[in-house]
Every structure is written in C-alpha cells, then in structure tokens.
Design a protein around this ligand. Structure first.
Ligand code: CA
Ligand code: CA
Length: 304
C-alpha cells in the first residue's frame, strides 16, 4: 500500500504543491494525519514550537496518475484509526459561544477506544469524521482552513469510514490532501472545534467521468438503521447563500439525470431534501443538502 506519513503536511490546497506520493486510479492509499493543532497542543494549553505550526494541516498531496481536469475523483473512505488522544480548545474569537468565555481552556480526551467519556455523567460513541479532504484548485492556492468547490475544510459529519467523497479534478493528478480528523463533532461545529485528533486514514481513489455529478458530494456510509443518502456540499460567506447553492446543486443533478422538471424537482426537494449546516466557524460557511439515494435509484441514476 502507498503510504504518506505525517511528515508530508501542507497548509494549502495548491496546484503548485510537490506531490508527496503518486498512485494509479483504483489504488489504496494510507494517509497519516496530524490534528488541527499540528500535534503541538498540550493539555495545559501550551504549544510546542508554535512558530513552526501549520494551521489545520492536511497530509499530502497525492498525485493520481491519469486524473485530468473535468474528471471526478472518487475517494472511498475505507478505514479511519485515531491515535489515542483528542483535544478541544475553547475559542475566544469565533463560533457561537466566544463572547461568554475569556480563556482558551483546553481539554484532553481519551479517544483510544470506541467511546468518549465526556464526564462522570455522559458517555458517547466515538464517530470519527474527516474535517479536511480536498484537491488542488485550478490556479490559486486555498488555505486548508477554507472550504470551497475544491472540498477542503468542509467539516461534514457524513465523511466517515464507509462513505464515499466525490471531488472535482481541476489539475493533472488532482492532488488530494486529507487532515483534521474529529473523533466526534455535532453538525454546525458551534464551538469552533470538534474533538480534534491525529490519526490514519485509508482510502481508495478512482478517477471517474460523470459530468452531472455535483461536487463536492458524499454518498453516506452503509448503515443498517438509516437510509443511504447523497449530500451536496456548498460553502459561501453566508448560510442562506450556501443553503441555496447546495439545494440548487441537488436540483441541477435531478434535472440532468431524471425526467423531473424545475417544478416537480423543486417540490420533491422541498418534501424530501434536508438542508443541514456543516459548520458555522470557517471563513466560508458550509451547508449540505441530503437526499435519500433510493430516490435516485428509483430513476435508475447510476452514481459511478
Ligand atoms: Ca475543520
Ligand atoms: Ca477541526
């Protein structure tokens, strides 16, 4: 298996980045990721050599041979493994609660098992997600703090083991980078961080052609208790704009691949499409529309 260690981190998705590794379409690749604090934060709030820190680092980039502008990069999340400890640091500048606190209090949590012991009263299942997964934009470099059409810091709780992420290919090789794992996070990420953890992600990457597929999007992991869903993810400066864009991406996809028109497509999404806030804390805000994949199956829409 191709392996990219935590030594290969970047602070931007950039078309001029030197690839950390190369692979063929269909290959399985292992990424070792640092936490969003660049693995420098300690439980007492101190940071190791903060002057050298990469903000919200992503591991990579991976060059996928044969990927060309206009293709779609399919990334199947095969496995996510955490490395022992997760951190949360209160924000005093952003998120929903910063005006109520004055200190950047840090807490450290054991994330080595299947459960998070939040305190003596509360225990939750670990549900690890990937905060940053993106490809290089066509021209400029975009910080790994920022989400966008290239993916990036989308903080989508649907990007977990077993899910499939679809990203646009903007440059030769796509240049995939992954980081910012959260052992647990609520939709919205209201206090600016998830349970930030270093770890390892194993993916299968494939180059596919599907003109109508709205990117970035996710097909959710198989879950015996819940329907499989497709999620269109969009980021804008305000939530309304992000909500409209993600809903319209889903509508465009339906119009391209079914015999629905604007009228019935809109009605369908108003009945069965769910708009959900990914995060309210990054420089652009992210909303996704979720739709049961069974609706696409009914129209025999093939997602490659
Ligand atoms: Ca994030
Ligand atoms: Ca994070």
């Amino acid at each position: 298996m191709i392996r990219i260690s935590r030594d290969y981190v970047t602070g931007a998705h950039s078309p001029s980045d030197t690839p950390a590794a190369r692979c063929q379409s269909g290959d399985t690749v292992w990424f070792e990721t640092r936490n969003c604090y660049d693995d420098r934060l300690a439980a007492d709030g101190s940071e190791f050599e903060p002057e050298n820190a990469v903000e919200n680092p992503a591991t990579g980039p991976l060059y996928i041979e044969g990927a060309k502008k206009g293709d779609v990069l399919k990334v199947e999340i095969l496995d996510i493994t955490l490395k022992g400890i997760g951190y949360m640091r209160q924000s005093t500048v952003g998120g929903a609660f910063y005006e109520r606190v004055s200190e950047r209090v840090v807490r450290e949590f054991d994330v080595s098992g299947d459960t998070l012991q939040f305190n003596d009263t509360l225990t939750f299942p670990i549900n690890t997600m990937i905060g940053v997964i993106g490809v290089a934009p066509e021209t400029e470099a975009i910080s790994t703090v920022i989400p966008g059409d290239h993916g990036g810091n989308m903080d989508c709780t649907r990007i977990i083991e077993g899910s499939t992420v679809y990203l646009p290919v903007n440059v030769d090789g796509a240049l995939l980078a992954i980081g910012d794992l959260h052992a647990l996070m609520g939709d919205g990420e209201c206090m600016i961080c998830g349970l930030e953890s270093a770890g390892e992600v194993t993916v299968r990457v494939s180059v596919v052609q599907e003109d109508a597929l709205p990117t970035p999007c996710v097909v959710t992991a198989h879950d015996p208790c819940n329907p499989t869903r497709i999620c269109t993810i969009q980021s804008e400066e305000d939530l309304m704009a992000a909500a409209k864009k993600s809903a319209n991406c889903m509508l465009d996809y339906l119009l391209a691949r079914t015999d629905l028109d604007e009228y019935d497509g809109g009605k369908l999404l108003s009945l069965k499409g769910d708009l959900i806030i990914n995060q309210i804390v990054n420089p652009l805000l992210t909303v996704r529309m979720e739709l049961d994949k069974s609706i696409l199956d009914a129209y025999e829409v093939d997602i490659p």
